[in-house]
Design a protein around this ligand. Structure first.
Ligand SMILES: *Cc1c(COP(=O)(O)O)cnc(C)c1O
Length: 377
């Protein structure tokens, strides 16, 4: 079955007998038992709820793998993941990362005794492995610099060294990239972004490839209590119905917008993984079937950056990405503000860098908006 059909129909299990075409929102915190020691399969919604289960099985059908667990946000998924590790454990992460992930690593997990090293590519990952290393955590493409990491190549290392490979798949989604099929053990999502797709809901997902990981993470999830609510599960299920068609459009518009940006005199460099001169273009073509809707670019000076942020009309100056509305973000002040300045600069995140999430508006309207916001030639 084509992935677009799976998006529309979701998991096959039916939870009611009315013939409802849309999955009901089971707004119940608790479930009555048919007899002592018996369960309908649902006991208490922190552990599991039918609407949440429907979402989880749908995401598993899209990502592949054994099971998916849904959380109240992407960061709740990351913090649950961190509970798999113990003091003294070492994790190697991609150098360029979502700011919130970097923050949880450095300000919370390190305090709890977990150590981190950062690497830019496969060779560096290999060099940083120590006897204490337990996992490799990568984003690809990375946020906000759009570097691409070869998932299959990293997975050869992690399999050989017996490490967990965790891939944040938020930017490309299973429509374009399937980390588990490429050898990862866990695919992570901020469901807030493309899966939900409408800039209206927070959610997170972990899709795992073994029963053992599923059991461990479900145990942590029900114990720490970061489960996604039935109503928010419903919104993400609804978002996923149009995921394939939205990704196709985001991809097409972003490709054209990136080309247009490349030709503007005040735009100094464009980072879009679908441009043929992107240094990782070949890896992208090998491991993904599309390039997504995320573009970063350098403008000529900070004044131009501020002017664009303050003058866009259709595009909104806001954090986040992956929704119907185009959003423009200033990583230096928003998503990556908590990175120490020298770390930020070393990653190329400065006052001239802007990140654009291409929404579903018409290409011409997006371009005219950028054109008037950029101002004079
Ligand atoms: C937004 C984001 C997160 C965090 O997800 P929330 O839903 O905002 O908690 C993690 N990784 C990436 C790549 C993101 O864009």
């Amino acid at each position: 079955m084509d992935i677009s059909t799976t998006c529309v129909h979701g998991c096959k299990k039916k939870y009611d007998t009315t013939g409802a075409v849309s999955v009901p929102i089971f707004a119940s915190s608790t479930f009555a038992h048919p007899g002592v020691g018996q369960s309908t399969g649902f006991d208490y919604s922190r552990t599991q709820n039918p609407t949440k289960e429907h979402l989880e099985q749908t995401v598993t059908a899209l990502e592949g793998g054994e099971d998916t667990i849904a959380f109240s946000s992407g960061m709740a998924a990351v913090s649950t993941l961190m509970e798999l590790f113990s003091p003294g454990d070492h994790i190697i992460a991609s150098y360029d990362l979502y700011g919130g992930t970097f923050r949880i690593f450095t300000h919370i997990s390190e305090k709890n005794g977990i150590k981190f090293s950062y690497a830019v590519n496969t060779e560096e990952i290999l060099k940083k492995i120590t006897p204490a290393t337990k996992a490799v955590f990568i984003e690809t493409p990375t946020n906000p610099m759009m570097n691409v990491i070869d998932i299959a190549a990293v997975s050869q290392i992690t399999k050989k060294e017996n490490l967990l490979l965790i891939v944040d798949n938020t930017f490309l989604t299973p429509i374009f990239q399937k980390p588990l099929a490429l050898g990862a053990d866990i695919a992570l999502h901020s469901g807030t972004k493309y899966l939900g797709g409408h800039n209206d809901t927070l959610a997170g997902m972990l899709t795992v490839n073994t029963v053992d990981l599923s059991k461990k993470l479900r145990y942590i999830s029900k114990t720490t209590g970061s489960s996604l609510s039935p109503f928010d599960s419903f919104l993400i299920i609804r978002g996923i119905k149009t995921l394939a068609i939205r990704m196709e459009r985001h991809n097409k518009t972003a490709q054209a917008a990136a080309k247009w940006l490349t030709g503007q005199s005040k735009i100094k460099k464009v980072f879009y993984i679908g441009l043929q001169d992107h240094p990782d273009y070949e890896i992208s073509c090998r491991q993904a079937s599309g390039f997504g809707g995320m573009i970063s670019f350098y403008v000529d000076n900070e004044q131009t950056a501020v002017s664009i942020l303050e003058n866009v009309k259709i595009i909104k100056y806001a954090e986040s990405l992956g929704g119907t509305e185009s959003l423009i973000t200033y990583p230096v002040l928003q998503t990556h503000a908590d990175l120490p300045k020298d770390e930020r600069e070393a990653r190329g995140i400065n006052g001239c860098l802007l990140r654009l999430s291409i929404g579903l508006e018409a290409l011409d309207d997006i371009i005219s908006d950028l054109e008037q916001a950029i101002g004079g030639k």
